[in-house]
Every structure is written in C-alpha cells, then in structure tokens.
Design a binder for this molecule. Structure first.
Ligand code: IPM
Ligand code: MG
Length: 370
C-alpha cells in the first residue's frame, strides 16, 4: 500500500548501521501490525558516502532529505576518515543536513528509566525519576560562524579562528520553542549562556528575557551560566525541566545529561525546523551517541537511543502519540526485565547483543498490541 509518510534512513558509519537495522525491523512491525506504513528510502552519509562519492553527503541525498517528512540518522565517523581535510570529514554530512534543512531546534530529552537508575554513575536518589529536556540551538553559534579557518602568519606560525555569532531572531525562535515545550512539561526554563564573558551571552540573556516578558510570562524562567549549569547537572539534576542553550554549550551539556541516565546509548534526539505554511516541520532524528568504532560490527551496541529516536519521530513528525507511547512502553518493559546491552549491564549480568535487544523489543510490541 502506498504511504504518504516519507522517511529517509541514513545509517551512516560504525554502529549506526547495526542499530538502524533494528529500526527497520520495527518499521516492518508497524507495517504488518498497525497499518501504519512508511515510504522508506535509504541513503549514504558520512564515511560511507565518502567512500562511494568522495563527499560526506551528496546533492541527490540532500534532495531526498529535503523532500522527506522525516530523516532518521545513525552516526558518522571513524578512524578511517580521521585524516581527511576539514570540509570532507564525515561530520560535515551531518552538519550540512542540519544547516540546509534549517533544523535550529534540537531536543535532547534525558530520561531515567526506573530499571536503569542504578546504571547511572550518580546515586540513585539523585537521578531516579529524572526527566529533563535540553534544547540546543543547532544552526548557529560557533559551529557555523564566519570567519573561520586556519591561516599562516608572517612569522610562520599558524592561526586558527572560529567565530561565535548569534542574532536576535535566532535567539528568539529557539527561546519560543523552549517556552512552548516547557508549558507542556514542568513549566520551567533555564536559559544557559556565558553572559559574564561573551557578548553573545549578553544578547542571549537580553532576548530570552524580553521574549519571556512579552509572550511567556506564565512560564518560570531562570538564567544560569554554562559552567555552573554543568556543575548543577551533576549536583542536583532534578532542579531542571527545560534547559535552552546555544549550539556548543548544548553539545557539551547534553553529553553530561546523557550520562546521568546511565548510558549515552539510551539518548534519542529530534532536530526540528520552523513549521511551514501547512504546519509541517523539516525533521531529523538521531541518537545522541556517535559511531563507536571500537565496538562497531560486533553486534554489541545498544539500539535503544535509535529506537527511541524513531518513537520521537512518530510523535513529532507524524502525530502518532499512541504509537510513540507503544514503542517507549516496549522499551521500558524490556529494561524492566533486565535485558541489557553491555553499556547498561550491571556487574555480573550477561549482556545481550544488539539483535537480541531488537528481538526483545519486538516481542514486547507484540504483547502490548495483542
Ligand atoms: C552531536 C555530535 C555532533 C556535534 C558531531 C558528530 C558533529 O557531537 O550531535 O552532539 O558536535 O554536534
Ligand atoms: Mg555531541
């Protein structure tokens, strides 16, 4: 049956390939069991694309991404491509997708599943029940600011430059997303920058404050410096609901938040653009973890972050909250049964493989849908 849900799958490199295989199984399951079907295309990104075309993503694949309702992304990079010049690195494929699709809002929820509270490096009481959302600005800041590059000075030494830039409208649009999301959650936003040192931080604080006052005064707003936020995340993470921050701070704070949940292998993310005239947002979903070359190809990786990214896709791109709930509940049940990949296994437990984790999830889906 033809489906109007156009989905592009980009497994990428390393464990991206094997975790995405489990997503395909879930897509098939939905096709057969729930009459929710997708028109799935697959493409190359990162090192896999470099090997084939010489570039980390080609124009044809970019075209498909632009015309899809959602893109599911695995991971990119690996030692094989480490020596490439900057503009040809695997990571540029991901950065081009984010920039060309204008995916400025990156949602990184850090949720502690009850069964995993002991897998965190923090004490159970600090993290159990934790549910925070890091909202990272994704298309601005030092990741894309000009000028950037490396030059050679007259005395022969080199000089490298990256530029942190933010405009009022860039800050305003991410702030609005933060307040809107907070209204549906705990109604509290922490806006995070370095206004004590950086001009972009001063502007960030000004614009967030003004947007709050004009449009979202019902939401609780606090400002926090990024270094303090980093410390507060490990000191008392439950004080947070939504954290909104720039591209670089968001990159760093989300890895830290990820670890609170026990493993980077558990964290999904959604990157969304602005709604168009029909209300549709361009969207890319990806696990927060990378390509993990050390365990790639060994059927050891945790597929949960990618499966949960798929659930976020059902929720945000396809307005299928019941189906998203189903996948998330199945994931919870699997973990509650003590089925764990190596990254979240407790001492003495025998870890399962990537495929076995997929098997367990499908079995739970069957049960829940019976
Ligand atoms: C992330 C990653 C990326 C980033 C890399 C792979 C370019 O660390 O999504 O957090 O720095 O944004
Ligand atoms: Mg990162």
């Amino acid at each position: 049956m033809a489906s109007n849900r156009k989905l592009l799958v980009l497994p990428g490199d390393g464990i991206g390939v094997e975790v995405m295989r489990q997503v395909h199984r879930v897509v098939d399951w939905f096709d057969k069991r729930r009459t929710v079907s997708f028109d799935v295309k697959e493409g190359l990104v990162g090192g896999a694309a470099i090997d084939k075309h010489g570039w980390p993503i080609d124009d044809a694949t970019m075209d498909v991404a632009m015309n899809s309702d959602a893109t599911l992304f695995g991971a990119v990079g690996g030692p094989k491509w480490d020596g490439l010049p900057f503009e040809k690195k695997p990571e540029r494929g991901l950065l081009r997708l984010r920039k060309d699709m204008d995916l400025f809002a990156n949602l990184r929820p850090a949720l502690v599943f009850d069964a995993l509270a002991d897998a965190s490096s923090l004490k159970r009481e600090l993290v159990s029940g934790l549910d925070i959302l890091i909202l990272r600005e994704l298309t601005g800041g030092v990741y894309f600011g000009e000028p950037r590059g490396v030059s050679t000075l007259p005395d022969g030494q080199k000089k490298a430059v990256d530029t942190q830039v933010y405009t009022t409208s860039e800050i305003q649009r991410i702030a609005r997303v933060a307040f809107e999301l907070a209204r549906k959650r705990g109604n509290k936003v922490h806006s995070v920058e370095k206004s004590n040192v950086m001009h972009t931080g001063v502007l960030w604080r000004e614009v967030v404050t003004a947007t709050h006052k004009a449009e979202f005064a019902d939401v609780k707003l606090e400002h926090m410096l990024a270094d303090n936020c980093n410390m507060q995340l490990v000191r008392n993470p439950k004080q947070f609901d939504v954290i909104v921050t720039d591209n670089l701070f968001g990159d760093m704070l989300s890895d830290c938040a990820a670890m609170l949940t026990g493993s980077l292998g558990m964290l999904p993310s959604a990157s969304l653009g602005a709604p168009d005239a029909t209300g549709r947002r361009k969207a890319l979903y990806e696990p927060v973890h990378g390509s993990a070359p050390d365990i790639a190809g060994k059927d050891m990786a945790n597929p949960m972050a990618t499966l949960l990214s798929f659930a976020m896709m059902l929720r945000y791109s396809f307005d299928l909250p019941a189906d998203a709930d189903l996948v998330e509940q199945a994931a919870k049940n699997v973990l509650a049964k003590g089925i764990r990949t190596r990254d979240i296994a407790m001492p003495g437990e025998t870890p399962v493989s990537t495929t076995q984790m997929g098997d367990a999830l499908l079995a739970e889906l069957d049960k829940l849908a019976a």
